[in-house]
Design a binder for this molecule. Structure first.
Ligand code: SAM
Length: 368
């Protein structure tokens, strides 16, 4: 396995002192409450008020502003001191926000991750053990009886749905502007299949960017309905079509395109499937490809990340797939996807790195 320089440095040898390692072990042991306290410090507006108070605030001032009891504020502030999101001046007993608290409050990725983890994953991860053993998303059961989260997306409670889409869009949207340049500037793309096109965000950007392209979104029937509502009346919507398909059904083929499809786009899509399922989907994509079709796979390959925190978020996200999404997929690394692409009879032309929040685009050609 070839790791990016940042990961090579961090993942191949010990780099903690013994006290740091011991502290991290306790941090893990208390992980659930560290998460909940920090989330509530934001929800109750305490981190906000500490950031805005230049001289810091006493516990009494925090309690008054947050309209919480002295007991509640005492518990939260003392725990936050240990977590490292606030600091105290022992002379004045005033609290201030720390550097970590500031990131928690202002880093948009952290916000999206906290929402996603609380609203979508938190309860489900209690069933991680069963999910890993059974290869099924056992943590999904408390939301509904679907075999995977994708069948249930359109029926999830509003708050859960908002956090799921917030997470999904935050990551892929950040890469779309550079991706459009790659797809439309380097080649003429008149027809494009957007596989797993979800709410149609990418398709809308394509039809705005290129005045001629026709996009067909392939997705589950429930998502195609949501997509149609989402794109209605938006500019270029008449050039976006929906094609309902369950790609887990191996008998289902990609649609045919009269003059051969120019490009097939799969963004944050293959991570929803196990490696054998990916091979099956890619084989069916191959059957729809001519020698000129380009297949673009946009993924956040964890081994290629320039910054270690990004790889951390990705390897943790894999466990959302385990316990909540489908029980058998993950955030893959380059070797995994390379293996699937080769097994499907396709070949990698080029890999573009460093798009958006750490995305890569693998450009694939048909090796007929
Ligand atoms: C993680 S979302 C990615 C959405 C979008 N492409 C993006 O980049 O933000 C995965 C998409 O794949 C679709 N999907 C999952 N399982 C599917 C299946 N068995 N057949 C067809 N589409 C599926 C989901 O409905 C969802 O729209």
């Amino acid at each position: 396995m070839k790791l990016s320089p940042a990961l090579e440095k961090r993942y191949t040898g010990e780099h903690f002192t013994a006290p740091d390692a011991q502290r991290l072990a306790e941090f893990i042991a208390w992980g659930p409450v560290v998460f909940q306290v920090s989330r509530l410090m934001m929800k109750f507006g305490i981190l906000d008020m500490l950031r805005d108070a230049e001289e810091g605030l006493t516990r009494e001032e925090v309690a008054k502003k947050a309209q919480l009891s002295d007991y509640a504020v005492k518990c939260l502030l003392e725990a936050s001191l240990s977590i490292g999101t606030v600091l105290i001046n022992p002379e004045t007993e005033k609290y201030a926000i720390s550097k970590t608290g500031w990131f928690l409050l202002t880093d948009p990725a952290t916000q999206v991750n906290i929402d996603f983890n609380h609203n979508v994953n938190y309860q489900g991860w209690f069933y991680l053990e069963e999910s890993l053993r059974n290869g099924k998303p056992e943590g999904l059961k408390h939301f509904g009886p679907w075999p995977t989260i994708y069948e249930g997306l359109s029926s999830l409670p509003e708050q859960v749905q908002r956090s799921w889409f917030g997470f999904d869009h935050f990551y892929s949207d950040s890469a779309f502007p550079e991706a459009l340049e790659i797809i439309f500037r380097e080649h003429q793309t008149r027809s494009l299949y957007d596989v797993g096109g979800n709410t149609g965000e990418w398709a809308l950007q394509c039809v705005t960017f290129d005045k001629d392209v026709e996009v067909t979104i392939l997705d589950l029937p429930q998502q195609i309905r949501m997509m149609q509502q989402n794109i209605a009346d938006k500019p270029g919507a008449e050039r976006i079509k929906g094609y309902s398909i369950n790609l887990l059904d191996e008998t289902m083929s990609f649609p045919t395109c009269k003059d051969g499809i120019d490009a097939i786009w799969m963004s944050q899509f293959l991570d929803c499937f196990s490696m054998p399922q990916i091979v099956s989907i890619l084989r069916r994509a191959k059957a729809a490809m001519t020698a000129n079709t380009r297949l673009y796979i946009m993924e956040t390959l964890w081994d290629r990340q320039r910054y270690e925190p990004a790889a951390f978020c990705l390897t943790m996200t894999s466990l959302y797939f385990t316990a909540l999404a489908n029980g058998n997929s993950k955030m893959y690394n380059t070797t995994d996807l390379q293996q699937c692409i080769t097994e499907a009879g396709l070949g990698i032309e080029k890999i573009y790195d460093g798009l958006g929040q750490g995305h890569c685009i693998i450009e694939v050609k048909n090796k007929k």
